[in-house]
Design a protein around this ligand. Sequence first.
Ligand code: SAH
Length: 370
Amino acid sequence: MIEIPLVFDEPPQKKKAPKHLADLSPAERKAWAAQLGFQPFRASQVATHYFSHLSNKPEQWSDIPADQRETIAAALTPQLIELVTTRTTDGGMTRKDLWKLHDGVLVESVLMRYTDRVTVCISSQAGCGMNCPFCATGQAGLTRNLTAGEITEQIVAAARACQDGELPGGPTRLSNIVFMGMGEPLANYSAVVRTLHNIVDPNPDGLGISARSVTVSTVGLVNGIEKLMDEGINCTLAVSLHTPDDELRDTLVPINNRFNVREVLAAADAYEKKTGRRYSIEYALIRDINDQSWRSDLLGRLLKSRNAHVNLIPLNPTPGSKWTASRREDEAEFVRILESYGVPVTVRDTRGREIDGACGQLAAAEKGKE
Ligand code: SAH
């Protein structure tokens, strides 16, 4: 068998991001602290402040001698992301943050408060190498992979914003995490898996968030899906299918030329068997491109005996795109046909459209200003 790399053509890096506790496993953290000349148990103390208390105020870390707090905090938890702009909508219930990384690279995350949960949508790469023509991030290509620290920092910042009551409705807890911001998470495999541990590991090693509330969304990198199911993390998998036929999918999701619809669904089925988790099929409805009834019919036939749920996303048109969202009646017909096969389907709400939604648009707008 040919070994297919999990990292796709990442351009060479000028300067690495500073190393962070969140890049490492709990055991490695101790060894690293010792290497830096600190007592190994400082690593778990700092992890407690970082993951359990979400504290970025070392002056309050009273279990560490006052004259060492700043030094230890700066060494083990250097600030990796700096807020550039925040935009809010839905009366503040949706908030999009644009972050600058140590090398000036921009990424974004979106925090959304609902009645029953708070979800953060995070970026796993700066840009993306998958080149899907309807996606704003895809247009710009891949700048670089994020480190586990840089991905985790987006989540910890979101959790802190919830704890500090920055969203209307008062203090709350971050409950859900979706890897649906910029990037293809399975093309940055090891950093994403390290991040998943940081999310699900109980305090103080991680945030202690339930794996069922974590969704990794992928274009369908079969080798990545197969590896992920063996990690024992059991998070939810979402597959960006966007059409049930290879002919169109070869264009909409170009990696389909390497892993086709049949192979992607087989990998998702195997993931579901191994983890017991129903998976999601992501389907952006694009007017007159992938929203015909025959495609809904084909999708229904493909999914009727599978343990999958379809998430229909009205296309969020990217600047300059010739494509737009489906007509209301076509969307309704698409749903009706899928339901006639007994396939569970939801039409995703379009939170955050006014603030350039998800899909790399804020970073694109910011770049345009430079
Ligand atoms: N690379 C991963 C995750 C990133 S995007 C993936 O492809 O799954 C998360 C979801 O948003 C994907 O399903 C993606 O196809 C979808 N998406 C991207 N651009 C979009 C747009 N303009 N309108 C609607 N959905 C879009």
